[in-house]
Design a protein around this ligand. Sequence first.
Ligand code: KG4
Ligand code: ZN
Length: 343
Amino acid sequence: MTILALETSCDETSAAVVRAGKVLANVVSSQISLHAEYGGVVPELAAREHLKNLLPVAREALHAAGVSPAQLDAVAATQGPGLPNALLVGLKAAQALAFVLERPFVGVNHHEAHLYSPWITGGDDSLAADFANFQPNVSLIVSGGHTLLVLVAAELKHRVLGGTIDDAAGECFDKTGKLMGLPYPAGPVIDRLAEQGNPTAHDFPRPLLHDASDDFSFSGLKTSVRYFLRDHPALLDDRQQVCDLCASVQAAIIEVLVKKTVRAARREGVRCVTASGGVTCNRALRKELERACRQHGLTLRLAEKNLCTDNAAMIGILAERKLRANVPPTPLDEEIKPGWALA
Ligand code: KG4
Ligand code: ZN
């Protein structure tokens, strides 16, 4: 089965071609530089940029895969959650293509797709999804918009354990970075500066760390950084002090993410932890998850860095599994679901 998948839920325009669990092509056009001058994603600009980029990106993916539209067996797209006008571009294009080709269309939940991105592994010339080694797992999804812990009991079978009650982890990186005068998105910058800093220099709060729930909260941490900088404004003039601050903020975010993920995995009795989403690019988070999982005898599967951030490969891989499992295709007149929460 050959599938073209489109992803336009936020600020990445992506198209992928998958066949029999293999990613034949995965093209991603990021809008980061466009939104950087505004300090965050501007929804209307994102939608217009998707309109401009979608066809060239899709053409490039088909070309790289050596597949013509007529050879497609199905078309998939992210249906939600995401920015409404951004979602509309990919969903309506995919539905129109499915209509013309008279092929099934699959509308995919973006977060459900993230659950499978850690199973897409580096192959020789293309990426293959490693479903043969699939294990029940607790999956951490951490991005600029979301922080979710999900129990994935089996393929296509999952239950949300918890999520953020305010800011997402990536948002916390970006907003505290903004307070420090760092460019958007601040996550990768903090990652680099923290490497030269002392993570125990400042003791920031670890919100909900000892709370019995699997929920997260990061806005209090951001506020405490704001007050800290109000009281120590000169600190930003000293590079080493900025590095120490970055390392300390990062350590607080990571400790909460790692401890709560491992605790949930042990409580649920799974032996595997997975992680994906833009924040999973963070090197200290990857290292700390590795250390904690090793300590507790858990297998860890981290999404490869280019598949941590938003991509259509994970949309296509999930769409194919759904069609193979006889999940009915999505009607061509179904609308976007901007607030589609994972159950
Ligand atoms: O998944 P993603 O590309 O987009 C969505 O939000 O859906 O995630 C982007 C987020 C941003 O908040 C960015 O600062 C964060 O991921 N991020 C990082 C790193 N790379 C990206 N945060 C910490 N360390 C990184 N290396
Ligand atoms: Zn995402």
